[in-house]
Design a protein around this ligand. Structure first.
Ligand SMILES: NC(=O)c1ccc[n+]([C@@H]2O[C@H](COP(=O)([O-])OP(=O)(O)OC[C@H]3O[C@@H](n4cnc5c(N)ncnc54)[C@H](OP(=O)(O)O)[C@@H]3O)[C@@H](O)[C@H]2O)c1
Length: 243
């Protein structure tokens, strides 16, 4: 098999698309992002205008395959995340493989300053997880404990390596991170990223927006290996694995 596969999305069946994203190992952290061709991670403050039907098709396949979906507080607020539910077809796909109907939602917030009454928590089909720093305000943690499991790891900053350890102990081994940039920056700095799924959309956005990774600087650049390139409506849908 060649090292890099070149595919066209409109020629892939749903089963082939799932196969193209089969995780290589049982413990796996995959990050999914969309950027413009010039590297912007937002347009008008959101990822949606960078995305399109092709990116969304892959996005849904990735969601269906994970045990836990991790996103930072900045992302769930900006993007208006609701309860994590899947279409009946994706639920059926998971059930056939012995997986629970939906993945668990995990929100990373250093401060644990999240609204426990938001739909993401109140209407969640599975009890969500909040990952925060151990020195987050006790009051914030207590109010969240009513509707979520609170995992407090690290002082001042979230210790993502420890957080991943807790997820894995709970059997949540396939982790899909949908950002945002500051959480991604932390994961790169801690060398925890096994895979990057990156959609490059055919747009020039220009200066201003943040890039896919922000916040903490990484001591070293991490090498990646390109696994496949899917072309769809001018988008490049790239799958990189840890090098
Ligand atoms: N293009 C894409 O694919 C894509 C994907 C995701 C998001 N986005 C965009 O990215 C933007 C949000 O970016 P973001 O970076 O603010 O969001 P983020 O990474 O989702 O969340 C940042 C939040 O995570 C918490 N956090 C945990 N550890 C942290 C640390 N060590 N340093 C800093 N913060 C830490 C903080 O929470 P507390 O403040 O709660 O303490 C912080 O506010 C939105 O505009 C969204 O649309 C784009």
């Amino acid at each position: 098999m060649p090292d890099v596969q070149f595919l066209r999305l409109d020629e892939l069946s749903e089963a082939e698309l799932y196969d193209a994203y089969a995780p290589p190992e049982e413990d796996w952290l995959r990050v999914n992002f969309v950027t413009s061709a010039d590297g912007a991670a937002t347009l008008e403050g959101l990822s949606g205008p960078l995305s399109g039907e092709a990116d969304k098709r892959v996005f849904k396949v990735l969601r269906a395959g994970c045990d836990v979906l991790l996103a930072g507080s900045g992302t769930v607020l900006a993007e208006g995340y609701g309860p994590l539910t899947l279409s009946p077809e994706r639920v059926a796909w998971r059930s056939e493989r012995g997986l629970p109907e939906e993945p668990v939602m995990a929100v990373a917030s250093r401060s644990a300053r999240l609204d426990p009454e938001s739909g993401l928590f109140e209407q969640a089909p599975r009890r969500p997880i909040v990952i925060c720093a151990a020195d987050a305000a006790v009051g914030h943690m207590e109010s969240l404990r009513e509707i979520a499991d609170v995992v407090a790891v690290g002082h001042g900053e979230i210790d993502y390596r420890a957080a991943l350890g807790v997820l894995r102990e709970r059997g949540l081994r396939q982790v899909l991170c949908e950002g945002g940039p500051r959480v991604f920056g932390e994961l790169i700095a801690a060398d925890l990223v096994d895979e990057l799924c990156l959609t490059v959309s055919p747009l020039l956005v220009g200066a201003g927006p943040i890039r896919a990774a922000e916040g903490r600087a990484s001591e070293a650049a991490r090498r990646l290996r390109l696994r496949h390139v899917i072309e769809a409506e001018g988008n490049l849908i790239l799958r990189y694995l840890r090098g």
